[in-house]
Design a protein around this ligand. Structure first.
Ligand SMILES: Nc1ncnc2c1ncn2[C@@H]1O[C@H](COP(=O)(O)OP(=O)(O)OP(=O)(O)O)[C@@H](O)[C@H]1O
Length: 222
């Protein structure tokens, strides 16, 4: 018997007024699988990620995370999502009134986990010594790295990232992608990153090319 997939998309459709963005899309993501979604601008990549993250609901179809359907407005589902998912989204701003250490500690605090790993994650993203700084003291790329540390710190089962290296120089981007891959593989987690960067996509196990017909997988030798 196949183990329960981390994520199942079952006949998902989503439109904005009369514009059909996703139509009858299905996909199963296995535990430990790391995929990159690529595709033309406006094809619906961020829309799909938002649906998986529970920021919006599909018009039709079902999204199962770890075999469970998690309704968007449900409090128990929100708690499960908080434990199970790690987000690296531009919209998920780092909180301005908390220090970097407090920001990265937040998922641990909310999930009742020991806080020690927060400063280790800041070190892993190259921000050692900046623990007590506030977000306004950081560059865009440094803030992006805080978002990465915060998304990974509680060892989520499924990491969702929308252009995770969009604000980073090439060298830092490479380091951060390597960190994301190492964390995923060390924890047996899964990840979906949406990116326009071929270099970023090639750190995944599989590239999913998205067009109006759905997702087409290409396996990589990673
Ligand atoms: N909240 C919304 N209201 C209306 N239309 C929306 C909304 N969100 C997205 N869209 C539309 O849905 C389509 C898909 O957008 P989406 O952001 O998912 O594309 P994308 O593939 O991520 O694009 P990009 O690569 O440019 O970021 C676009 O035509 C966009 O204008």
């Amino acid at each position: 018997m196949n183990p329960t997939p981390v994520l199942e998309l079952i006949n998902i459709s989503k439109s904005y007024s009369d514009r059909v963005v996703l139509s009858d899309l299905s996909y199963r993501l296995a535990a430990g699988e790391y995929v990159a979604i690529m595709g033309d601008s406006g094809v619906g990549k961020s829309t799909l990620l938002n649906l998986i993250a529970g920021l919006d609901s599909p018009d039709q179809g079902e999204i199962r995370i770890d075999g469970k359907n998690l309704p968007v407005e449900d409090e128990a589902a929100t708690i499960l999502r908080r434990q199970y998912l790690g987000f690296i989204f531009q919209a998920f701003h780092v909180l301005p009134h908390l220090t970097l250490l407090q920001n990265v500690s937040l998922p641990l605090l909310l999930n009742h986990q020991p806080l020690e790993r927060a400063s280790a994650m800041l070190t892993a993203v190259g921000l050692q010594g900046r623990e007590q700084d506030f977000p306004h003291q950081l560059s865009g790329g440094e803030l992006q790295r805080v978002a990465v540390a915060r998304a990974l710190v509680h060892r989520p089962r499924l990491i969702l990232a929308d252009e995770p290296t969009g604000n980073l120089d090439q060298e830092t981007a490479k380091d951060i992608l390597q960190l994301i891959r190492t964390e995923i593989k060390a924890n047996g987690a899964s990840a979906i990153i949406v990116t326009h960067s071929q270099t970023a996509a090639e750190t995944a196990d599989t590239i999913l090319t998205m067009d109006r017909h759905g997702l087409t997988p290409t396996r990589l030798q990673n």
